[in-house]
Design a protein around this ligand. Structure first.
Ligand SMILES: Cc1ncc(COP(=O)(O)O)c(C=O)c1O
Length: 478
């Protein structure tokens, strides 16, 4: 992001005025549109608000912008450009379409992280650079020639990647499948999107865990689905609740994240897995099994996925590279009955002709390479180390003000705070002190819960990040 040059002889306010004039001339801010507030710009550019006030005064004197008390500063409609021209009302367009905006807390966190790269990040649900197999991927890219042909590929996914996944799923998840039952996606997020858009219709009722990652996705509401909650405890959902929801609301699908659930870390017990099967097969109900975290299991192996026992064909299984290798590769997969794979591949063809071949080639090489298993072994140890460091820091800083169940895998720690403080205030205070986390309400829970991701922050940031969080909490409770 552009910042004024403090070494330059040109005063900061003039640099800012020139920069804004350029952005206006390039139509980033068309005539009549609202500019960011003085306070926000000052924050973004790392200058005093008075410097932005001077820059605005400069642009105002040239007739480029106009300010009205209470309604902010806008690009002038009349003086900017010689003849009156009509610009589309972009604000109205921006409110169109079927996508709802992201949740305000998530937008706030994303803005704060992009404006201040020094913020300690306990919010982003992904691996830090030191946990990702960057050297291994670089080595594979040097060793292999990836661009023999770069045409449109199969929208169902690159065949050698699907073949590698057949072996991977058998070896690591006990799932027997064929390459024609696998669909490659740009991550679990896209798998969920394809399911909601292609297999469900507006008004359909679906059940999701409470709390759940799914609450953070306006994608479900954008698709017009009615969401019903399945409260979870340490051992996951209660299968009988599914039967109740089916009776009352005729739910059409159930979304579960059975191993190291995001955000709680819960693992569905084997007894409940069996009950889930009997309820789902009795009602002919599909279960979407979202399984991104299993290979992070800290000790032993994670319980076998529902899909590995699915002789009846009730489970749509989705997996991803994001939490075990690198979220930026954007590689995910789905294992589903043939009719579903065909339907989704047809939709992919309409949407974007399928995923870029290059990351699929890299992923195919990586999972069958000798790098993969040692990477997983290292990842598990390092994640566990970060989890322990986070827990130690929380116990030291917050003692009995915080409680949690220690997760045995995954990237997140789900905590309850006592006394409860309002989510929004706590987030503001934390960001002001240089640390970000995700408030529990994003996942559908009440105030008083927080999710810390231990995988994303650098090891050396964890203690100081929690000290800052504790200060933020104490500023609201003392
Ligand atoms: C439970 C769960 N499902 C799906 C996703 C989406 O991940 P991706 O699209 O990167 O595979 C996430 C990411 O945080 C997640 O936690």
């Amino acid at each position: 992001m552009w910042k004024p040059d403090r070494q330059s002889k040109k005063p900061l306010y003039e640099q800012i005025a020139d920069h804004l004039e350029k952005r206006i001339a390039y139509s980033e801010f068309p005539p009549g549109s609202l500019l960011p507030s003085e306070r926000k710009l000052a924050e973004q550019l790392g200058v005093n608000r008075s410097t932005v006030i001077l820059a605005f005064a400069e642009l105002r004197s040239m007739g480029i912008i106009e300010s009205r008390t209470g309604s902010g500063t806008r690009v002038s409609r009349t003086k900017w450009g010689a003849t009156p021209k009509h610009t589309p009302n972009w604000n109205r367009y921006a409110e169109g379409g079927s996508f709802l905006p992201n949740l305000p807390f998530l937008r706030k966190i994303r803005d704060a992280l992009s404006q201040d790269p020094s913020l300690i990040d306990f919010a982003s649900g992904e691996l830090a650079a030191d946990l990702a197999p960057l050297d291994e991927i670089a080595a594979l890219m040097r060793e292999h020639h990836y661009t023999s042909y770069l045409g449109y590929d199969n929208p169902q996914g690159y065949i050698p990647l699907r073949q590698s996944l057949v072996d991977y799923l058998q070896k690591y998840r006990g799932i027997q499948t064929t390459e024609s039952s696998i669909m490659i996606t740009s991550g679990s997020q896209q798998s969920l999107y394809l399911i909601t858009q292609c297999l469900l219709s507006p008004g359909d009722a679906v059940a999701i865990e409470d709390p759940s990652y799914c609450y953070s996705l306006p994608m479900f509401q954008s698709a017009g689905l009615r969401l019903f909650r399945l409260p979870i405890d340490q051992y996951g959902v209660h299968p009988e609740d599914i039967r109740e929801l089916y009776k009352k609301h005729r739910i059409k699908m159930v979304f579960l994240n059975p191993n190291f659930q995001n955000p709680t870390g819960a693992v569905i017990s084997s007894e409940r897995r069996e009950q889930l099967f009997s309820v789902a097969s009795e009602l002919g109900l599909p279960i979407v099994e979202d399984d991104p975290f299993s290979l992070t299991a800290f000790e032993g192996t994670a319980p076998a996925p529902l899909k590995s026992m699915d002789s009846n064909g009730n489970i749509l299984y989705i997996g991803s590279f994001s939490k075990i290798a690198a979220s930026g590769l954007r590689i995910g997969w789905m294992v589903a009955p043939n009719s579903i794979v065909q339907r989704l591949a047809d939709a992919r063809q309409q949407m974007d002709f399928g995923l870029s071949v290059i990351p699929q080639q890299v992923a195919a090489q990586f999972i069958k390479s000798d790098y993969f298993q040692p990477h997983l072994d290292r990842l598990q140890i390092q994640l566990q180390f970060k989890r322990d460091l986070l827990i130690e820091s929380l116990r030291r800083e917050l003692g009995d003000q915080i409680s949690f169940v220690t997760p045995q895998g995954g990237l997140h720690l789900w905590c309850m705070l006592t006394p409860k403080v309002p989510d929004g205030k706590l987030l503001d205070e934390a960001i002001r002190r240089g640390v970000a986390f995700v408030p529990g309400s994003v996942y559908g829970s009440d105030s008083g819960f927080v999710r810390f991701t231990y995988a994303r922050a650098k090891t050396e940031e964890i203690e100081s990040g929690i000290a800052k969080f504790a200060e933020a909490l104490h500023s609201l409770t003392d």
